[in-house]
Design a protein around this ligand. Structure first.
Ligand code: SAM
Ligand code: SF4
Length: 352
């Protein structure tokens, strides 16, 4: 893998979470393959103010309110995970910032002892007004989805969105104190592949990181075979314009990073198809419906909402989470043949 590229530079961030020493008290969530789970991605809503073509159907039916974890339940789930040694939590959705009173939850998550790293993935549409309170609540990094710099194209991809609001949100994040904000770009042939160089240049000009994501076969939407682009193709194209230096920085996920000398910008490639890094996976996902998915690319889940509402207390929840480690698979089954969805839920359910 990557035989054609120079040796990576070493950085202090190189050690994945799963290789760090155990936290005080020796608490650790280990799966049946010996991987340590230190990272929870928590979806706090299935709703969104956009309808991105790769993520949702045009006509979506959202969950009824009672089927979604309330904010106290979200907090309880997060607290028990942190108690089990999870040190990084990403708030996601749907669009997390459209959840009513999301800040109430985020402020409390930011105050959880033992949680080192509270981060958020957003479409940026509400960041203009939320950036300051998010920073004050303890969120330290934000990922913002931006697939194009062309307003009409943006509207076509999101079916609803106004790109100017997102750009205003990116500026507001910087003004609020956020650094190393990352843009997420889903690569789509014939849709935005003529803009990859411009998007990297935009990231350089605005001191942002940027990650290019291979579209995943999650949810039955458009013909993904037509638009799929492997990261190696994009990286080769970018290398014609930028000097990309590989970095060993690694968050234990499917992303690998390159640096552009003379800048702080990191260029990431999230390649669940063409490069599989499941052996170092350190994460699990909880949906807004309280389902714990040990793997984004599989359909097996454990229902935490039933446990939360059965009145069994934190011990029952803790045990259910520990037991769920028994079904975390060695890896996903995504293939490059994406005609049929391999995962039946929409990405907005699991939060990416
Ligand atoms: N609404 C927020 C946003 O768009 O950033 C957070 C939720 S969204 C589901 C999280 C990430 O998943 C986004 O970066 C989005 O681009 C990505 N995503 C959605 N559907 C995808 C798919 N089918 N394949 C790859 N990435 C996808
Ligand atoms: Fe909404 Fe994010 Fe999905 Fe787009 S990718 S529809 S912004 S949840």
């Amino acid at each position: 893998m990557h035989d054609d590229i120079p040796r990576p530079e070493s950085t202090p961030e190189a050690a994945p979470d799963c290789q760090r020493p155990l936290p005080a008290g020796g608490k650790a969530l280990l799966d049946r393959h010996g991987r340590r789970i230190t990272y929870l991605r928590l979806s706090i809503t299935d709703r969104c103010d956009f309808r991105c073509t790769y993520c949702m159907a045009e006509e979506m039916t959202f969950l009824p309110r009672e089927a979604v974890m309330n904010l106290e339940e979200c907090l309880r789930v997060a607290r028990v995970f942190v108690d089990l040694g999870v040190s990084k939590l990403r708030i996601t959705g749907g669009e997390p910032l459209v959840r009513k009173n999301a800040l109430w939850l985020i402020e409390r998550l930011g105050a959880l002892p033992g949680l080192d790293n509270l981060v958020l993935t957003t479409n940026g549409s509400q960041l203009d007004r939320f950036a300051r309170p998010l920073f004050a609540a303890g969120v330290r990094r934000i990922n913002i989805s931006l697939d194009t710099l062309k307003p009409e194209r943006f509207h076509r991809i999101t079916r609803i969105g106004d790109m100017r609001k997102v750009l205003a949100g990116i500026a507001a994040a910087r003004a609020a104190g956020f650094r190393r904000t990352k843009l997420n770009v889903v690569m789509m042939r014939g849709v935005n592949d003529d803009e990859f160089v411009d998007l990297v240049q935009y990231a350089l000009d605005n001191e942002l990181d940027i990650s290019f994501i291979e579209e995943m076969p999650v949810g039955d939407i458009h013909d993904r075979n037509q638009v799929y682009i492997a990261t190696d193709e994009t990286r080769a194209r970018l290398a014609e314009r930028f000097a990309l230096m590989p970095s060993t920085e690694n968050s234990g996920g499917p992303a690998r990073y390159w640096r552009i000398p003379g800048s702080a910008t990191r260029v990431g490639f999230i390649a669940p198809h063409s490069h599989n890094f499941c052996d170092s996976c350190n994460r699990v996902r909880v949906t807004a419906r309280g389902e714990l998915y040990p793997c984004l690319g599989q359909n097996d889940a454990v229902n935490l909402l039933d446990v939360l509402r059965a009145g069994g207390g934190d011990d029952a929840l803790r045990q259910t989470i520990i037991d769920s480690m028994g079904i975390k698979p060695l890896g996903h089954d995504f293939t490059q043949q994406m005609a049929a969805p391999q995962v039946v839920r929409f990405m907005s359910m699991t939060g990416g």
